[in-house]
Design a protein. Sequence first.
Length: 74
Amino acid sequence: MEQQEQAQLPISLTLQDLKVIAGAVELGAQRGGFRASEMEIIGATYNKLALFLKANEPAEAPADADAEVTEKKA
């Protein structure tokens, strides 16, 4: 019964999951884990992943905006 419930849960990937995958690819490349003939496709895929992560990272509030809010409250 429990296995059926787990099978029905939607599978999702978070930005954190994708960051871990990008890190694993980078580490594998640094350690020589890929054949030379594989590097082109792995590099292209890594670049696409890195661009996706950059485009979808949460926006951070500028530090100046925080200072202005603090000043207005005072």
